[in-house]
Design a protein around this ligand. Structure first.
Ligand code: 1GP
Length: 246
């Protein structure tokens, strides 16, 4: 139990930076899926996250394909309770703590808790904090919540600390998929300095420079999605960059 979370904590403690590739079953299909799998055969990220804020395709069958074709550990990153599947190696049990919509703070969780408990999947309780990434994000729209302004570092920090004090096991600072600006280095370091639990950062990371900035500011795990939907050849380069911190 808790093997993936323990691995994340161990890596954090030894300052081994991690990379996760986010695959959205709706977007990663046909040629994109084939090219992604081919890239993953030569270079494995620490994790593959599967999910999206509005996913119509079955996460179940998508994960089955990934498990057959790659050796990567798969973490479910669900946009809502309907995306739950016990096929992943672990799941982020996300509470949208930057928002004030009870449905995404606790409502979806109540609806899915029994099925999750019975499945025995590894569950990692995660405080999900949406930061303004320079354009309206799908998460904002689908959750009917507002993001934290990108320069309000103290609000982000207090939100992250509240989630940690409530017992959540990780924090995800999210600028939104396809963000124009990723979460700033100032905000990442402001949060990372005070936080004891692992810090995930994602949204709008499209270059090695942005990846390094997030790592040096204090991100333990960086999530990249959009970029690899069109440029699968960059997967190996990003994974190598993460490993260069070891
Ligand atoms: C979105 O943080 C992830 O939830 C990844 O964002 O698709 O912009 O890389 P991108």
């Amino acid at each position: 139990m808790n093997s993936i979370y323990n691995k994340i904590v161990r890596n954090k403690e030894s300052n081994r930076k991690m990379l996760a590739i986010l695959l959205d079953p709706d977007k990663c299909r046909g040629g994109v899926l084939a090219a992604t799998i081919s890239a993953l055969k030569t270079s494995l990220p620490d994790f593959i996250f599967v999910g999206g804020s509005h996913t119509l395709q079955s996460t179940d069958s998508f994960i089955a394909v990934l498990q057959e074709e790659t050796k990567a550990e798969i973490i479910l990153f669900p946009g809502n309770a309907s995306q739950f599947t016990d096929k992943a190696d672990a799941m982020l049990f996300l509470s949208l703590v930057s928002g004030r919509n009870s449905e995404f703070l606790i409502g979806q969780h109540v609806g899915s808790a029994l099925a999750i408990k019975r499945s025995k999947i590894e569950v990692i309780s995660t405080g999900y904090i949406l930061i303004d990434g320079g354009k309206p994000s799908s998460v904002e729209y689908m959750s009917n919540t507002r993001s934290i302004p990108s320069d309000k570092k103290d609000i982000a920090l207090s939100t992250a600390l509240a989630a940690e004090l409530l017992g959540m096991k990780m924090i995800y600072l999210e600028a939104g998929s396809g963000a124009v600006q990723p979460v700033s280095k100032e905000m990442i370091s402001h949060v990372a300095q005070e936080l004891s639990i692992p810090l995930i950062v994602g949204g709008g990371i499209k270059s090695i420079e942005a990846l390094k900035t997030a790592y040096s500011a204090g991100a333990d795990l960086v999530v990249v999605g959009n970029l690899f939907e069109t440029q699968q050849e960059k997967i190996a380069e990003f994974i190598a960059c993460g490993k260069s911190y070891r």
